[in-house]
Design a protein around this ligand. Structure first.
Ligand code: PEP
Ligand code: MN
Length: 349
């Protein structure tokens, strides 16, 4: 429910209502507007008589949240979620555009990863990506180095100061993967693995949730809702392409319109991954530029020094010089995009 406070409500009255809802086991979000304060509350409605809240001092009215994704939606939390990391990097809201780059899979030679890490840092990335637990379509393909790969990632972080993002596939392994990483990635194939969503929702670690191969926006936001509902509010959404009728020239279809859609419906940060969306190296730079212009908060790309020998996703991995060239251009696009202002009549169109 949305509890709308009177414009003249005092701070004590606001606190009192908020504490009452928390005491009833609700999760709340207090948002102070220019004129009035609104308290979003999600919980078991049967535990509370609406009239008893409505009659509390300072309360103007009670509305119900219409969106099914109550905690992910903007009705409950109008202000953008900004995820802050210990090294000063933040994601979401008006924070600087972030780059997550690295190999698809972490491979046996740690020096290969360190070489990639040095390059992605040089190009301006804040996060090193790399999979140790790989969700492969075929059981005959490389399945990942598992914990050994996470150790390589942790060493790369020590050497470079980059933040680490890596995939978690299993709810039991989630706490272990969280120990090595700064962001847990839930992959497209696991978007509706509800046990996994609940497990990462119980951890105090940011999560990047990738859109399922054929997931609607509603399903995507409800999957994020599972994580939020468990208490983990540090969730980012990642568009990585969806299945349509034609995959002749692109692996998937990059749904860039979903970026402003998600930003309108939800306060959560939005990242775009053109590597898995397009499947081809030559499409990454144009789609990265378009990602910035779409208003996304960040980009994830795959990078490999010798993609022909990569153990997974070589065709969509940028070579190191290509990554650096893309980044040099992208910085100009980011600066250009920052200068744009969205006129009110377009923002509300
Ligand atoms: C990945 O990022 O390595 C990956 C497997 O992506 P997705 O889940 O989007 O296919
Ligand atoms: Mn990949």
């Amino acid at each position: 429910m949305i509890i709308v406070m009177k414009p003249e409500a005092t701070q004590d009255e606001i606190n009192h209502v908020n504490e009452r809802m928390l005491g009833l086991g609700f999760k709340t979000n207090v948002s102070k507007g220019e004129v009035m304060t609104v308290i979003g509350a999600v919980g078991d409605k049967h535990l509370v008589e609406t009239e008893s809240i409505e009659s509390m001092a300072g309360v103007k009215q009670i509305l119900s949240i219409r969106e099914p994704y109550k905690m992910a939606g903007r009705e409950m939390r109008p202000q953008d979620t900004v995820i802050k990391f210990a090294n000063g990097v933040s994601v979401g809201g008006d924070s600087d555009f972030v780059i997550m780059a690295g190999p698809c899979s972490i491979e046996a030679d740690p020096n290969l990863l360190f070489q990639i890490a040095d390059t992605v840092k040089k190009g301006g990335a804040q996060f090193l990506r790399g999979g140790a637990f790989k969700p492969r379509t075929s059981p005959y393909d490389f399945q990942g180095l598992e914990e050994q790969g996470l150790k390589h990632m942790a060493e790369a972080r020590e050497r470079t100061g980059l933040l680490i993002i890596t995939e978690v596939m299993d709810s039991v392994e989630a706490p272990m993967v969280a120990e090595y990483s700064d962001v847990l990635q839930v992959g497209a194939r696991n978007m509706q693995n509800f046990k996994l969503l609940k497990a990462v929702g119980k951890l105090n670690k940011p999560v990047m949730l990738k859109r399922g191969l054929s997931a609607t926006v509603r399903e995507f936001l409800l999957a994020a809702e599972h994580i939020l509902y468990q208490g983990n509010e540090q969730v980012m959404l990642c568009e990585r392409g969806i299945r349509t009728f034609d995959s002749t020239f692109t692996r998937n279809v990059l749904d860039l319109a979903v970026v402003p859609v998600l930003k309108r419906l939800s306060h959560l940060p939005v990242i775009v991954d053109p590597s898995h969306a397009t499947g081809h190296r030559y499409l990454i730079a144009p789609m990265a530029n378009a990602t910035v212009m779409s208003g996304a908060h960040g980009l994830m790309v795959e990078v490999h020094p010798d993609p022909d020998k990569a153990l997974s996703d070589g065709a969509q991995s940028l070579m190191l010089d290509q990554y650096l060239a893309m980044m040099a251009n992208l910085k100009k696009v980011v600066a250009f995009q920052k200068e744009l202002t969205m006129p009110e009549c377009l923002a509300k169109a």
